[in-house]
Design a protein around this ligand. Structure first.
Ligand code: PDD
Length: 297
């Protein structure tokens, strides 16, 4: 059977899946999305992703197109139709179709689409780690919303690709790393403290980040939730990034300088293994979605 997509209530062949040209997602980037990993035919941390979707929609005053439970049923049915074992499910909700006008339309129905992508684990190989560059953070002031408006992220990641690198760490005006173009950023200090930036409107509350925090707590690692600079990251013992598409991925180079000995860090690899065992395979991630965390004093 050819690959299918879900478009506003219908399962349709992927290569014919289309939305109207006056969809507000197309015209205004007026919508949000989720990327949910699929492992052995099962969604990873589905409930947390759907809670974040509900949060993003709520912040934009877009109604949920259906309940979280119903969204999960549609997702599962699409995975079944596409025989999806390992890869991702992409879900997008926009404010709907209406004649172009900036004001919220009165009677538009939110538009819901889903696609799947089969991807073998080799796309996530940690053997080499990733190279990152640093770039100014040029995004808006509500990066906690998982908006489909991703132009600064696209430009940041393309700048990385142009330099033969994999990801761009965005840096705020005070010189602190906010997050990657599509990943959260972490370092490990010389005394084995794991550091990641606190949650506020400056970054996305990554689901991988939340569940990795759970793993860190259970395994007794020391975590500091605070911002760090590019200089601190360059001098760190280890660095890594997290996302649904990479899980826990070593960062071996920042702006052309090796991190640590330039090889994937041992603590990072241990965290990756623990994350895959506990969260990806056994489903023991964070309890609930959190959009904020107390900023360090
Ligand atoms: N990106 N920060 C940003 C800006 C992101 O876009 C993402 C996810 C993350 C990590 O979040 P999570 O752990 O929930 O995947 C952090 C997805 C994968 C994407 O845009 O493809």
């Amino acid at each position: 059977m050819p690959r299918q997509a879900y478009v506003n209530g219908r399962y349709v062949p992927h290569n014919h899946a289309a939305v109207h040209i006056e969809d507000r997602g197309y015209q205004f980037a007026d919508g949000v999305y989720e990327v949910i990993p699929v492992h052995d035919g099962r969604l990873v941390d589905a409930e947390l992703h759907l809670q974040r979707l509900e949060y993003s929609l709520g912040e934009l005053r877009i109604p949920m197109p259906m309940s979280r439970r119903a969204l999960q049923l549609v997702a599962t049915e699409l995975m079944r139709r596409n025989d999806l074992t390992n890869g991702f499910l992409y879900m997008q909700v926009t404010r709907g179709v209406a004649p172009r006008n900036h004001f919220f339309p009165k009677d538009a129905k939110p538009a819901l689409t889903m696609t799947t992508r089969q991807m073998a684990d080799k796309g996530r190989s940690p053997d080499w780690g990733m190279k990152v560059i640093s770039v100014p953070d040029q995004r808006w002031a509500r990066c906690d919303i998982k908006s489909i408006a991703l132009l600064p992220n696209v430009l940041a990641k393309q700048a990385a690709a142009d330099q033969g690198c994999d990801e761009a760490w965005q840096v705020d005006r005070d010189g602190y790393v906010t997050e990657g173009g599509a990943t959260n950023a972490w370092i490990v200090t010389r005394d084995d403290t794991v550091v990641t930036r606190h949650l506020d409107e400056g970054i996305l509350s990554g689901i991988t980040r939340l569940s990795l925090r759970e793993v860190l707590a259970r395994e007794g690692y020391t975590l500091e939730v605070r911002p760090f600079t590019v200089a601190e990251a360059r001098n760190a013992r280890e660095a890594f990034l997290t996302s649904s598409t990479n899980y826990v991925m070593p960062v071996t180079e920042i702006d052309g300088n090796p991190v640590g000995n330039g090889h994937p860090g041992l603590l990072t690899l241990a965290l990756r293994a623990a994350y895959i065992d506990r969260v990806v395979a056994a489903g023991a991630g964070a309890d609930s979605f959190a959009a904020r965390e107390a900023a360090p004093a």
